[in-house]
Design a binder for this molecule. Structure first.
Ligand code: NAD
Length: 314
């Protein structure tokens, strides 16, 4: 296999960003761009979660959406989530209050003008991401890092919409953000090493584990997860077993916390289909062809939990 030009780089960054306990690694300090202020674009499911963990980590965060109602809903979700943590004694009331005081809401994208990092969490529509990154490129300072929380859109394609492809990176948080430990960091082919180091540091400050990969269809997480889900759907389609048995076998036999069909319903069958199409088109191998049953279910509006009907009824 031809080695990727960046092989070894990721390990080096991880080494640099995680010095042995008690050791101050001067090279890290030199390499890391300082992130103090963050803007999160999108106050939806992912955006409000990212805002919450960033504010709890001590960052000043501006959460931006297109309508005040969406900003207010995002804020209400954060307040509810913090109250829950306080009631479970996992956060003090004082820390919850100070996290809230670090968050401001806005419907003006110009409020991202003076931040060090923008994390974009707007809908998964390629043209919308491209035009938004072009706009952010004009609004933000030249050194600002522009990160996308995309689950499937190429980071190189997003970076190409800007004049700063070296400062564009993927920060793929998992849902629900306050609970899930991983941030999948996706390096574009032009992403600067310093930018990767800075977002690893910021992710770790937010209490997450950051693991890096290179830009490629589905990155690591969805390239592995979605074909497994697709195979479970093919297994159901072939009449091998009922949904409960397929999910039970994977839960009990493989120690998965949730079965693949229940997970498809949680993610949304339309999203799973979209990602399978990205893998099929991007990697050009028929092993990624979406299961006909998945295509049919999406056409029938059986999208999973959000529509009330998927592989299970809700
Ligand atoms: N939901 C998940 O499980 C999940 C997991 C990982 C990654 N992602 C990715 O995160 C991103 C956001 O997903 P979500 O589930 O939070 O979506 P969502 O629909 O809950 O939220 C998107 C928000 O973006 C806002 N928005 C739209 N255009 C905007 C603009 N131009 N400027 C500012 N705000 C704008 C919308 O009003 C909405 O509030 C997508 O790229 C998705 O693929 C989602």
């Amino acid at each position: 296999m031809v080695p990727h030009p960046r092989d070894g780089r990721v390990d080096r960054i991880r080494q640099l960003s995680s010095p042995p306990e008690g050791v101050i690694n001067r090279r890290v300090l030199e390499l890391t761009m300082s992130i103090q202020k963050i803007a999160v674009l999108g106050a939806g499911q992912m955006g409000n979660g990212i805002t919450q963990v960033a504010a709890c980590a001590g960052y000043e965060v501006t959460m931006i959406d297109i309508e005040q109602d969406y900003v207010d809903n995002g804020m209400a979700t954060i307040e509810k989530s913090l109250s829950k943590l306080v009631s479970k004694e996992r956060l003090s009331q004082e820390d919850a209050n100070s996290a809230l005081s670090r968050i401001s809401g806005s419907v003006d994208r110009n409020s991202a003008a003076n931040v060090d990092l923008v994390v974009e969490a707007i809908p998964e529509i390629p043209e919308l991401k491209f035009s938004t990154f072009a706009e952010l490129d004009g609004i933000c300072q030249p050194n600002t890092i522009l990160a996308s929380n995309t689950s499937s859109i190429s980071i190189n394609d997003i970076a190409a919409a800007t004049n700063r492809p070296n400062k564009v990176i993927g920060m793929h948080f998992m849902n629900p953000v306050p609970i899930m430990k991983l941030v999948e960091i996706i390096n574009g082919s032009e992403t600067d090493t310093e930018v990767t180091a800075a977002v690893i540091e910021a992710s770790e400050k937010m209490g997450k584990t950051a693991l890096c990969c290179n830009d490629s269809p589905g990155f690591v997480s969805n390239r592995i997860l979605c074909p497994m889900i697709n195979e479970a759907i093919l297994t159901l389609q072939d009449g091998v077993a009922e949904p409960e048995a397929i999910d039970g076998i994977m839960k009990l036999g493989m120690n998965h916390p949730i079965g693949p069909l229940a997970l498809a319903d949680l993610i949304g069958n339309d999203t799973v289909l979209h990602i399978m199409n990205v893998l099929h088109d991007g990697l050009g191998d028929d092993k990624y062809a979406p299961a006909p049953l998945l295509v049919q279910m999406v056409a029938d509006g059986k999208l999973g939990r959000k529509s009330g009907q998927g592989f299970y009824s809700y």
